[in-house]
Design a protein around this ligand. Structure first.
Ligand SMILES: C[S@@+](CC[C@H](N)C(=O)[O-])C[C@H]1O[C@@H](n2cnc3c(N)ncnc32)[C@H](O)[C@@H]1O
Length: 219
C-alpha cells in the first residue's frame, strides 16, 4: 500500500514536472530564506559533506581543478576550495550564486549553469554533484543531465555524486528504476549512463549514498 502511495507521488512529479520553472523556483526558495537546506542550523543536514570530503581526500591529487554542479550558497564549495587549485562553482539560481560570491573565495569562480543544458567547455580533475539530479523529475531528462555532467570529467578524473537515501520501499521498487528515483538509481548507476565511468568508491554515511566514479584514461 505504501509503495503504491510513493509510486503515485513520484509519477505525478514526473508527469507535472515543469523544466522551465526550475530557475524561478530555486530563486524563490533562496530569496525566502538564507540556508534553505538548514546546513548551518541542523548538524545532520550537511552530514553528507564530510563523507564527500573523506572520499575526495582519498582519491584526489593536490592541485586539482574542480567543477561543482548545483553549489547553492557554497557551503561545500568553501570546503572544496581549500583542497583544489581552482573551483568552478555552478548553479541554476543566481540568488544562490550571489551568496556564494559573498564568501569571497579567491580560487572559486561562480557560474550560472542549468545542468540540463549543454555543458560549458573544459574538463576537470573532479566534478562534484550533490543533491541536484533528484530535482530533475523526467527520467530521460535526468539521464541527459547526468551525461552533461559526466562530460565535464577529464580523462582519469573523478566524478562524485551524492543523493539522499529514500525510504527502502522506493530504493528497492521496480518502478523507481524506470522513474529514476531513490539514491541507488540516481547516484548509483552512472556507469550505465556513461560507459567510460568506473565506480571506484562509495559510502552510505550521512543519510546519503555517495559514489565516486573515475573516467578511463583513454577518452
Ligand atoms: C539541495 S541543494 C544542494 C546544494 C549542494 N550541492 C549541497 O549538497 O550542499 C540543490 C541545489 O541544486 C541546484 N539545482 C537544482 N536543479 C539544478 C539544475 N538543473 N542545474 C543546476 N543547479 C540546479 C539548486 O539551485 C540548489 O542550489
Amino acid at each position: 500500500m505504501r509503495t503504491a502511495y510513493y509510486f503515485v507521488v513520484e509519477l505525478r512529479r514526473a508527469l507535472f514536472y515543469r523544466p522551465s520553472e526550475t530557475r524561478r523556483a530555486f530563486d524563490a526558495l533562496y530569496t525566502a530564506a538564507e540556508d534553505p537546506w538548514r546546513y548551518g542550523a541542523e548538524p545532520t543536514a550537511a552530514a553528507h559533506h564530510p563523507v564527500a570530503l573523506r572520499l575526495l581526500d582519498r582519491h584526489l591529487p593536490p592541485g586539482s581543478t574542480a567543477f561543482e554542479v548545483g553549489c547553492g550558497e557554497g557551503v561545500f564549495t568553501s570546503l572544496l576550495s581549500s583542497r583544489c587549485e581552482v573551483v568552478i562553482a555552478s548553479d541554476v539560481s543566481t540568488v544562490a550564486l550571489d551568496r556564494l560570491r559573498r564568501r569571497d573565495l579567491a580560487n572559486v569562480k561562480p557560474m550560472v549553469w542549468d545542468a540540463r543544458t549543454t555543458p560549458p567547455g573544459g574538463s576537470f580533475d573532479v566534478v562534484v554533484c550533490m543533491d541536484v539530479l533528484s530535482y530533475v523529475h523526467r527520467p530521460a531528462s535526468q539521464r541527459s543531465t547526468a551525461r552533461n555532467i559526466a562530460r565535464l570529467v577529464a580523462p582519469g578524473g573523478l566524478l562524485l555524486v551524492s543523493e539522499k537515501n529514500q525510504d527502502e520501499l522506493v530504493e528497492s521498487a521496480w518502478w523507481a528504476r524506470l522513474l529514476r528515483r531513490g539514491a541507488r538509481n540516481v547516484a548509483g548507476n552512472l556507469h550505465r549512463i556513461d560507459r567510460e565511468l568506473e565506480r571506484v568508491a562509495e559510502d552510505t554515511g550521512g543519510d546519503h549514498l555517495t559514489v565516486v566514479y573515475r573516467r578511463g584514461d583513454q577518452t
